[in-house]
Design a protein around this ligand. Structure first.
Ligand code: ATP
Ligand code: MG
Length: 205
């Protein structure tokens, strides 16, 4: 009897900081698409986030992801991108994962804002060859424009795109960084261990 292929979700992000939105997205995708595991991939030096200077450093972002997912049996940290030099591209990451596990089906989990920018990513057609996309709604992303974009990506890149069936979560790392700067509490939006780490290290203040 042939064993079924493994199905893995990928949550890529700057995670500056990781927040409950990321975790809820991952949890919903795990259930809805019956994934075996979710890989959390903190970006090392993403091309679209050059010149940031109000954020945590790479080690701190990694530490926060570790704290946020520790104890979850199906959330796995993959910190390979962090240790690379130069810019990191999702396409190269997928090539690496596919080379390691050619039979695993990968599902890249992204928010609607990322889908809207997807065709500006490095070699989007390649990305679509190696994984499906799971898209979560996000405030600020217009439904009908999102549908049009989806159709265009399906046409141009043969993208396999699914939508996450979960309520929108109104949290962004950007808004958390500004709450911290204003010395306002963020405990409702991140795991306690992450809030503790941010306070202890005085990040974003
Ligand atoms: P920033 O404000 O710094 O861009 P962010 O909250 O968007 O941070 P990222 O690390 O950029 O977090 O996000 C990683 C991925 O998770 C992206 O694909 C993004 O669209 C998605 N994402 C993050 N937060 C949410 C959310 N609340 N709802 C849906 N998708 C989200
Ligand atoms: Mg973002």
């Amino acid at each position: 009897m042939k064993e079924e292929n493994h199905k893995k979700g990928i949550m890529g992000g700057t995670f500056d900081p990781i927040h409950n939105g990321h975790l809820m997205l991952a949890e919903s995708a795990l259930k809805q698409f019956e994934l075996d595991d979710i890989l959390f991939l903190p970006a090392g030096n993403p091309p679209h986030k050059q010149g940031r200077h109000d954020g945590a450093d790479a080690e701190q972002r990694l530490a926060m992801v570790r704290l946020a997912i520790s104890g979850h049996p199906h959330f796995i940290l993959d910190d390979e991108e962090m240790h690379r030099h130069g810019l990191t591209y999702t396409r190269d990451t997928l090539l690496r994962l596919k080379a390691k596990e050619p039979d695993t089906e990968y599902y890249f989990i992204i928010g609607a804002d990322s889908l809207m920018a997807f065709d500006t990513w490095y070699q989007p057609e390649d990305i679509c060859k190696y994984c499906s996309l799971i898209v979560a709604g996000r405030d600020g992303a217009d439904e009908s424009i999102l549908r049009q974009k989806t159709e265009k990506l399906r046409r141009e890149f043969h993208a396999s795109i699914f939508f996450l069936d979960a309520p929108k979560v109104n949290i962004s790392s950007t808004s958390l960084r500004s709450l911290c700067r204003e010395k306002r509490p963020i405990r409702d939006f991140v795991p306690d261990a992450v809030a503790g780490y941010i306070e202890e290290h005085g990040i974003y203040s």
